[in-house]
Design a protein around this ligand. Structure first.
Ligand SMILES: NC(=O)c1ccc[n+]([C@@H]2O[C@H](COP(=O)([O-])OP(=O)(O)OC[C@H]3O[C@@H](n4cnc5c(N)ncnc54)[C@H](O)[C@@H]3O)[C@@H](O)[C@H]2O)c1
Length: 251
């Protein structure tokens, strides 16, 4: 960071990856506006402020355009938007309801659109938007509603990168693999173990792993990357890339 403090808005900031992103951006010297529908976002901000960080918190639902716009008006001009808030669940395809499908689109996709649009209107030329997608767009079971909504976020990222390029606003996405947050708690311990076995680097991701990638794409130094999706999954997307056992003919 240079001397001039930049302002970053982060959604879904009360816990998990969003909280990790707020911590990282605050550490990097941004003034951070932390948004969540949960009251506990205030505790996150208060804890960081007590160690000298410049973090403000607001309770808001990202589907509420007027409330989002009113908050942003108070902090504009903006430099960085991180669209992290999202929901998920797992359902066999045959049992998936239209409600599941619509609510995932309403929050994960339309919410990202609303926050990005209101943010871009209040952004200086040269701003950056980072959308949190999901590595699941490469394939994951029982999540058709979530995967469809996150794949749409990838499309939105690419479209915004084009449309906002005249203002030099760079728009990218980070697609996390499995990360240790409350969002994983829908998995049984057996499913979590199975997941662990698929990670090339031998561990589940931590929120700070994702926050590092977000910080890179959000930084003023990211001058020439736009419309890209950075997969941060500990190598899982290399599929069969795991090394064979020592006694295997392929070793
Ligand atoms: N954890 C993972 O394994 C994983 C993997 C891939 C992608 N992701 C993505 O990373 C992001 C963060 O995930 P997480 O694991 O930290 O999830 P999480 O459930 O722990 O946190 C999500 C936060 O978003 C907030 N939120 C949800 N709907 C909201 C709304 N309408 N308005 C305002 N806030 C709202 C929640 O209150 C919560 O604090 C999400 O976009 C998720 O899809 C997570």
């Amino acid at each position: 960071m240079t001397d001039l403090k930049e302002t970053a808005v982060v959604t879904g900031a009360a816990r998990g990856i969003g909280r990790g992103i707020v911590e990282r951006l605050a550490q990097d010297g941004y003034r951070v506006v932390a948004l969540d529908q949960l009251e506990s976002v205030h505790e996150v901000a208060a804890t960081l402020r007590s160690s000298g960080a410049d973090v403000t918190s607001e309770v808001v639902d990202i589907r509420d355009r007027d409330a989002i716009a009113a908050i942003m008006d108070r902090f504009a001009p903006l430099d960085v938007i991180v669209n992290n808030a999202a929901i998920t669940s797992t359902h066999r395809f045959e049992d998936l309801t239209e409600d599941h499908f619509r609510s995932n689109f309403e929050i994960n996709t339309v919410g990202t659109f609303v926050v990005s649009q209101e943010g871009a209107r209040r952004m200086k030329n040269g701003g950056r938007i980072v959308n949190i997608a999901s590595r699941s767009f490469a394939g994951a079971p029982h999540m058709a509603h979530y995967i469809a909504s996150k794949t749409a976020v990838v499309g939105l990222t690419r479209a915004m990168a084009i449309d906002l390029s005249p203002r030099d606003i760079r728009v990218n996405a980070v697609a996390p693999g499995v990360v240790d947050t409350d969002m994983l708690h829908y998995m049984t311990p057996e499913q979590q173990n199975l997941m662990l076995g698929l990670q090339l680097l031998g561990r589940i991701g931590q929120p700070e792993d994702i926050a590092r990638a977000v910080a890179f794409l959000a930084s003023r130094d990211n001058r020439y990357i736009t419309g890209q999706v950075l997969i941060v999954d500990g190598g899982r997307s290399l599929g069969q890339g795991q090394l064979p056992p020592e006694d295997s003919p392929y070793a």
